[in-house]
Design a protein around this ligand. Structure first.
Ligand code: PGA
Length: 237
């Protein structure tokens, strides 16, 4: 990945009125800026030429699956990215590595770029289990994945998401080194790795100095047009 990628994960935030206001104040339609709004708002962003991603997807291409959206449907609308395996979906929606794996395969088959989220809980980090948890997630989630050109990994320590806490730069670098060596073993290829978890316009300058980070997955800070713009400008300057 030549330029760093910056992905905004807006989660289930903002009303229609707030989204319209956001769109009036945000115009970063660059190729390496991807915005993942709540799915009902996607067409508003596509109409304004943003690169758009979904926050989740289903693992079948079409059919009687009430409430779900397929990778094929997403692609047909002009959506180019999808976040898969976010910790909120793993924890709150009880997503398993098995369904995450199926979603990744179906999405890659439909030519979507997949952002696979992995990361450890605070307990796991404190008990020195970070590497084993990550190795297990990568091994299970990437089973039978052969096509890797459209694969991106987001390292998101669960304890850093929405908490204002971040690991130190050297902790992030060390874990991403481990992710790189694991994906090289599993896929014989280096996969770009984003960092996510409490990225703000105040800590981005420091986080942006980590040598093996290929970009950022920004949650809360992406829901404010001015803050997200500051982050993008800092990363791409
Ligand atoms: P946060 O969320 O930036 O609000 O911590 C990141 C994410 O969940 O992707």
């Amino acid at each position: 990945m030549e330029n760093k990628l910056i992905v905004g994960n807006m989660k289930m935030n903002l009303t229609y009125e707030e989204i319209v206001r956001y769109l009036n104040n945000f115009n970063e339609t660059k190729d390496n800026v991807v915005i993942c709004p709540t799915s009902i708002y996607v067409p508003l962003f596509l109409d304004k030429q943003f690169k758009v991603g979904l926050q989740n997807v289903f693992y079948k291409d079409m059919g009687a699956y009430t409430g779900e959206i397929s990778p094929k449907q997403a692609k047909s609308l002009g959506i180019s990215y999808v976040i898969i395996g976010h910790s909120e979906r793993r924890q709150i929606l009880k997503e398993t590595d098995e369904t995450i794996n199926l979603k990744i395969i179906e999405s890659l088959n439909s030519n979507l770029k997949v952002i696979l989220c992995i990361g450890e809980t605070l307990d796991e980090r404190q008990n020195n289990q970070t590497n084993s948890v990550i190795k297990n997630q990568l091994t299970e989630d990437l089973k039978n994945v052969n096509e890797t050109d459209n694969l991106i990994i987001a390292y998101e320590p669960i304890w850093a998401i929405g908490t204002g806490l971040t690991p130190t730069n050297s902790e992030i670098k060390e874990t991403i080194d481990f992710i790189n060596s694991t994906t090289e073993k599993l896929l014989s290829k280096k996969i770009p790795v984003l960092y996510g978890g409490s990225v703000t316009d105040e800590n981005i300058e420091e986080l942006n100095t980590i040598s093996n980070v290929s970009g950022f997955l920004v949650g809360g800070a992406s829901t404010k047009a001015d803050t997200f713009t500051n982050i993008i400008k800092e990363v791409l300057k």
